[in-house]
Write a protein that binds this ligand. Structure first.
Ligand SMILES: Cc1cc2nc3c(=O)[nH]c(=O)nc-3n(C[C@H](O)[C@H](O)[C@H](O)COP(=O)(O)OP(=O)(O)OC[C@H]3O[C@@H](n4cnc5c(N)ncnc54)[C@H](O)[C@@H]3O)c2cc1C
Length: 553
């Protein structure tokens, strides 16, 4: 049972955590294992006890609701001719984005963390991260040199029995990609059946794994539907957070540390509102400067993505054929009564990681597929027979930013991704689109799909493909990097998430990622939180694991 409160129940807390997402729930769970510490977890959103959050196949439904989704829109990129910037959903609920995400469990590539080490973050090499990935997960099928068997988050592999998923695997083989049994193990490259954080048919979000599934924690108070609006300081110490809940204002006192875990868009906003940010930007927003820190909000990264849309020649091949009103009723009943059937799937059952350029060994492209055409727009879901493949480029070099232009904590911050702003990103985008087209032209499809519906198959020249890339680029929902770790002038935190220049203020979430890894960010953010939780508790870090077969690519 969680200890849900409507007001802080104590005069002061050893640790206050703002935001209960992938990082916040993980940190709260780990810190509260120390029974001598009193912890307050603050979440702007509501409870996650909703059938469509818990049922993996219901994933599109909470996203439609303002109650669970911040529904941000980025500012338009300078190159964009569209009327609005990319839609950027973010979880506004206990568990944060881990309660509304696609549940694909991907841990990134060994080289990602070794590049963080080479960037000066000596405690973030793959060898240092691996024991924390293993501590976070419970995956019974993998090689225990790489995979955790006893962690809080349960992972299962998809069956991918749909004929269109089978065709994708064969088509990828024909293109030259081998089937990889574990893309979170020794090697990342190849075509794979996806792994998802789903346990006993239920979404295994960070809140489920680290809060509900753990023994009762009387030392952890959870305040939901409560927004942190300001941080109060005494010199270099954060001493208080100002909160608002259902129109009432109150505060909570920090006796030990304040941990900002509001995600890559809102963690920098909270720092900026507290006067920590670029002097000029703060002046324009009418905020007096506490500390000039131009890195706050800079370095925004994401995986630019393109959706390839195909119709199904035989509509019965597509999952959409099972989603009629009666079909959905059947899925719902099977799930409710036995936690089985299509309800336990996150729909993304196959994917691939592949290299695009010569001599490259670290994947530059990720593909994630669903066996239907689903438009999960903020205003509603539209499902049609067909097949969709989300192709996203990994490790892009373009950088965007988050900023504010006023001092109102309730207003959404501004942000701009600046997708495809470098030659490297543009070249990789063209190569990624061509590679995706090629996989869908393999004989394994055997007439099962129509040509791509937005017309990408007809484009001949690289410049036409580039134009299509600009017109169709969207977010893969992985913003990060806006309060990055490091030791240089643009770094916001040290290697343990401590904000430079302050005694007891940390950022722990996807914002501290220095450079975007190869793959989705949930497992990675959980790992980051697992690792820093040990540092907060003063525990010795887990021993780095230098594998003999240390070849992950
Ligand atoms: C639709 C969608 C699909 C995705 N699919 C996948 C996937 O399949 N696999 C994967 O690995 N990743 C996926 N991701 C990405 C992944 O879920 C996120 O990168 C990750 O959850 C980020 O974790 P976080 O802790 O940084 O932030 P979040 O999990 O977003 O948590 C931030 C929390 O802070 C709260 N908050 C913000 N401001 C305040 C405030 N002022 N006061 C109080 N609370 C506040 C928010 O409400 C939120 O709960 C997806 C994301 C989305 C949105």
């Amino acid at each position: 049972m969680l200890n849900i409160v409507k007001r802080p129940s104590r005069a002061a807390y050893d640790y206050i955590i703002v935001g209960s997402g992938s990082a916040g729930s993980t940190v709260a769970g780990r810190l509260s294992e120390d029974k001598s510490k009193k912890i307050l977890l603050i979440e702007a959103g509501a409870s996650d006890r909703n059938i469509f959050i818990q049922m993996p196949a219901g994933l599109g439904i909470p996203l439609m609701k303002d109650r669970y989704n911040w529904k941000f829109f980025a500012e338009k990129d300078d190159t964009s001719e569209s009327t609005e910037g990319p839609y950027t959903p973010r979880g506004k609920v206990l568990g944060g984005s881990s309660s509304v995400n696609g549940m694909n469990w991907v841990r990134g590539n060994k080289a990602d963390y070794d590049s963080w080490r080479d960037f000066g973050l000596s405690s973030w090499s793959y060898a240092h991260c691996l024991p924390y990935f293993k501590r976070s997960e419970n995956y019974q099928q993998g090689d225990s040199a790489y995979r955790g068997k006893n962690g809080p988050t349960k992972i299962i592999k998809a069956e991918a029995s749909n004929p269109l998923f089978q065709a994708f695997i064969q088509a990828a083989n024909q293109y030259g990609l081998a089937l990889n049994q574990d893309h979170n193990g020794a090697s990342q490259t190849g075509v794979h059946k996806t792994q998802r954080n789903v346990a006993d048919g239920i979404r295994h979000s960070a809140s489920q794994a680290y809060l509900y599934d753990q023994p009762d924690k009387p030392n952890l108070d959870i305040l939901m539907e409560t927004r942190c609006t300001a941080i109060e300081f005494s010199g270099a110490d954060a001493v208080k957070v100002h909160l608002t809940r259902r129109g009432e204002h109150f505060s909570a006192e920090v006796a030990g540390e304040l941990i900002v875990a509001a995600g890559a868009i809102q963690s920098p906003q909270l720092l900026m509102l507290a006067g920590i940010g670029d002097t000029n930007m703060l002046a324009d927003a009418g905020i007096s400067v506490r500390q000039h820190m131009p890195g706050v909000g800079a370095n925004l990264q994401d995986h630019p993505a393109w959706c390839f849309d195909y119709g199904a020649s035989n509509p019965r091949d597509s999952l959409a054929s099972k989603l009629s009103y009666l079909g959905r009723l059947k899925i719902g009943m099977e799930w409710l009564l036995g936690k089985r059937g299509l309800g336990i799937s996150n729909h993304f059952e196959v994917g691939a990681f592949l290299c695009l350029t010569e001599n490259q060994t670290i994947p530059e492209l990720q593909m994630e597929c669903i066996a239907m055409r689903g438009d999960f727009a903020p205003e509603g879901i539209k499902i049609e027979p067909g097949y969709q493949c989300f192709t996203s480029i990994q490790r892009p070099t373009s950088r965007g930013k988050v900023w504010i232009d006023n001092a109102d904590p309730i207003k959404a911050p501004k942000f701009q991704f600046n997708y495809l702003n470098t030659d490297y990103d543009r070249d990789i985008a063209v190569a990624a689109i061509k590679a995706t087209r090629e996989i869908f032209q393999q004989r394994a499809w055997n007439g099962r799909l129509t040509t791509e519906l937005s017309g990408v198959d007809q484009l001949a020249s690289d410049s036409d493909i580039m134009q299509w890339a600009y017109e169709h680029v969207e977010s893969n929902y992985h913003p990060c990097g806006t309060c990055r770790m490091g030791h240089d002038d643009l770094a916001v935190t040290d290697e343990a998430g401590k904000v430079h220049g302050f005694n007891n203020l940390r950022v722990i979430d996807a914002a501290i990622i220095p450079s975007i890894p190869t793959g989705n960010l949930n497992a990675i953010t959980v790992m980051i939180a697992e690792k820093i939780a040990d540092n907060i508790l003063g525990l010795a870090p887990l021993e780095p694991e230098h594998l003999l077969r240390d070849q992950q690519q």
